[in-house]
Design a protein around this ligand. Sequence first.
Ligand code: NAD
Ligand code: ZN
Ligand code: ZN
Length: 389
Amino acid sequence: MRALCYHGKKDIRCDNVPDPKIEDGRDAIIKVSSCAICGSDLHLFDGFMPGMMKGDIVGHEFMGEVVEVGRDNKKLKVGDRVVVPFTICCGECDQCRRGNFSVCERSNRNKDVADKLFGHTTAGLFGYTHLTGGYAGGQAEYVRVPFADVAPVKVPNGLTDEQVLFLGDIFPTGWQAAVQCDIQPTDTVAIWGAGPVGQFAIRSALLLGAKQVVCIDHVPERLAMARAGGAITIDFDNESVLERLAELTQGKGPEKCIDAVGMEAHATRSIDSMYDRAKQALMLETDRAHVLREMIYVCRPAGVLSIPGVYGGLLDKIPFGALMNKGLTVRTGQTHVNRWAEDLLHRIEEGQIDPSFVITHTVGLEQGPEMYTTFRDKQDGCIKVVLKP
Ligand code: NAD
Ligand code: ZN
Ligand code: ZN
């Protein structure tokens, strides 16, 4: 079969590889009808996430048709149409039973390495480094889904792939980011990043009743999409984020702040970005913390910082004194996709939201490698890429 494979930094190729096989009775094999490139894939592509190996199949946002099921799998049948959450979960461990699916204690095959690195293991993820299990990903014609009797979400035929595909990652991610803010009707929610995750965070914050949503980025078409979704926007190339947020909140600061940017933050008007780039290049820190510093500084005391943006390792110069003295709450994590997916599917069916608004590019799998660059560099108005294997 064809699959997008990692061959090193900035080197993704469409290769011919062996078809996946059932390895465990609970597995299923999915024939992928649509998959997408996620902002998290860019961290691999740019070489900032450790633990990738040559030949690894990438991709963790995918859906398709069940073509084979293991003998112990009582949930799926051949022919079922499913969206597969990017977090692999066993459904039985203590964390899964509490709904903390992204920290499943049993799905990471390389648990020992994760235990050492983070103190505890986190869940296995599709196509996302050997630290999270080294599982083959979904930017491929076929995928083996482990524990396939737990996470896959059956979707009705009346909805298109484009409407439901993002239930596996970015829609619940934006939603969880907003839910973690405990939004009150008087709240201003400030969202850094107008990429796909930021776009879903905007719409989720409004669905959850925020008074005002402000979105910060510097890419004109992303800011335009944010405004179309109901946000007020700030262009950080041309405006002071701190001044504009103060103006929009009568000097109080936003009550809730969402980081939908993560470890590769840019900063045009501040010195700390140069500092971070230099330290990141010299491997003295792994992540650029500009957005976190800005959120801690600007957030209203007793407010919440919600961080879906992915970080990999060690961050420098975090103003912890401000965080502590202002009494801020920090909430973060890989998304517990299955906690939200069924509810969000119903919201799509009811017409509260149509997630396909975010798609700007639809191409065949062979064009995937060039699309990584188009998406990363925001060429050609690219906001979200869907690949058709
Ligand atoms: P993306 O790269 O398309 O979007 C990031 C956006 O941030 C870009 O539009 C960029 O211009 C903007 N940006 C950069 N520096 C900024 C700054 N200083 N201030 C404001 N905006 C800035 O990616 P995406 O798909 O939207 O993903 C966003 C983040 O969410 C990534 O870190 C990704 O890894 C993460 N993510 C997390 C989860 C999870 O489970 N927690 C799931 C999916 C994605
Ligand atoms: Zn993702
Ligand atoms: Zn589990």
